[in-house]
Design a protein around this ligand. Structure first.
Ligand code: G3P
Length: 222
């Protein structure tokens, strides 16, 4: 199972890389807006920096902000030309699906985003999306079952042998990660703090405290 980091923050990317679990990056316009980048050129350079940090053969999803077909093509082509690791992230709209098909026919990788239904996932796969990003947390927020949607998409993709890979997005907690892993989902993309939460266990903290106390009682550290 791949662990992608859902961020555009270079410090977090370096931190995840040094912990050894960084398989890729996903960004979105909201995440980019948090990085104090004020011009298109700065944003493009930022994507290149991310690609350089994470290294070879690891994807970096860069999202278009255009919504019309021709504009998505132009913006997507530019994003894709920045670095070979860039995956063009495109929303699951009518113009978005048409653009995904355009890129698929030209060998450009895409990530279909803002996926909230099986219907969107099927059209994205038929258009040739490399990845889709169903948003678990945002479905849970409105009392739909995000994990169930992911499992249903996985079942349909497997049944029909679709090649589109599922990146579970909008991850809110460690249960989301564990459920996706049990369901053999290709990847999850999550903020770094939720990866850290996988390490939380009261017995680890309690045990560590006791080990150090016992050691210090008998052994002179000076
Ligand atoms: O990058 C897309 C997705 O992961 C967004 O998550 O937390 O804004 O719902 P969130």
């Amino acid at each position: 199972m791949k662990f992608f980091l859902d961020t555009a923050n270079l410090r977090e990317i370096n931190e995840a890389k040094s912990m050894g679990f960084l398989d890729g990056i996903t960004t979105n316009p909201t995440l980019i807006s948090k990085e104090n980048l004020f011009h298109k050129e700065e944003i493009e350079n930022h994507y290149i920096s991310i690609c350089k940090i994470i290294g070879n053969n690891k994807s970096v999803s860069a999202e278009v902000i255009s919504t019309k077909y021709e504009d998505i093509l132009k913006e997507g082509m530019k994003l894709s030309s920045l670095h070979k690791n860039i995956v063009v992230k495109i929303p699951a709209t009518r113009d978005g699906i048409k653009s995904i098909n355009f890129f698929h026919e030209r060998g450009v990788s895409t990530n279909c985003t803002l996926v909230f239904s099986i219907g969107q996932s099927i059209l994205a796969a038929k258009a040739g999306a490399t990845y889709i990003s169903p948003f678990l947390g945002r479905l849970d927020d409105i009392s739909y079952n995000g994990i169930k949607l992911i499992q249903e998409i996985k079942y349909i993709y497997d049944e029909y042998n679709f090649h589109t890979k599922i990146i579970a997005a909008s991850i809110r907690n460690s249960i989301h990660i564990l459920e996706c892993s049990k369901s053999r989902i290709f990847a999850i993309t999550s903020p770094i703090n939720i990866y850290y939460s996988l390490l939380n266990h009261p017995l680890t903290n309690k045990g560590l405290k006791k080990f150090i106390e016992d050691y210090k009682k008998k052994i002179n550290l000076t």
